[in-house]
Design a protein around this ligand. Structure first.
Ligand SMILES: [Zn+2]
Length: 219
């Protein structure tokens, strides 16, 4: 199965991508991982991306697209793949269609994870991390520590990452609406989009996603 996963920040996209890829036995292709791999292996694209990132600029679409194309050539993508973080705008979606056409394949579905905006803000802005160990994670509503501001595991001080502030979350959502949401419409015209709610337990969302993808693929 060849799938694109989309959803706003805070939808649990990375977690679902990993679980779906495992369940469907296809590689999880995330742009974050692709960048890290290309940079650590010192590929031509990785060196180019790093030199741009070092100047504080955003990596242009062409570089990201070239990395994805290179990745989809690997043997393990023959059985399908799950794209996470790509395409993130309409230009990238058009480029992906061109790559797939060149390879003589097509997408089977686009899974859209839906979460109400206020819930996204609650999920992210409520996160608290331990200063001693970033793996000690709490949430003021969903997983509160016994004593406010204190880690249950080691007694460390809990804090909110600056990236998790409500203001930053609202800005990230705005970017998602403006840049990424138009690809949902782009794919809807191709009849590829399945929207599911990303609310509920992690494994429930995975089951919902698998059922939706299989149903859409059989249409
Ligand atoms: Zn701790």
């Amino acid at each position: 199965m060849r799938i694109v996963l989309v959803g706003p920040p805070g939808a649990g996209k990375g977690t679902q991508a990993a679980l779906l890829a495992k369940t469907l036995s296809i590689p999880h292709v995330s742009t974050g991982d692709l960048f890290r791999a290309n940079i650590s292996q010192g590929t031509e694209l990785g060196r180019l991306a790093k030199s741009i990132m070092d100047t504080g600029k955003l990596v242009p679409d062409e570089v990201t697209i070239a990395m994805v194309k290179d990745r989809l050539r690997h043997d393990d993508s023959g059985n399908g793949f799950l794209l996470d973080g790509f395409p993130r705008n309409t230009a990238q979606a058009v480029a992906l269609d061109e790559i797939l056409a060149e390879f003589g394949i097509a997408l089977d579905g686009v899974l859209d994870l839906e979460v109400p905006e206020d819930e996204v803000v609650r999920r992210i802005a409520g996160r608290r991390l331990c200063r001693n160990d970033s793996g000690h994670i709490f949430h003021v509503l969903y997983n509160p520590p016994a004593v406010e501001g204190v880690c249950d595991i080691c007694g460390g001080e809990l804090y909110q990452r600056s990236d998790d502030s409500e203001e930053t979350v609202r800005t990230r959502l705005e970017v998602y609406h403006t840049e990424t949401e138009p690809i949902i419409e782009y794919y809807a015209k191709q009849g590829l989009v399945t929207t599911i709610s990303a609310l509920g337990k992690v494994d429930e969302v995975t089951e919902r996603a698998i059922a939706a993808l299989r149903e859409n693929a059989n249409d």
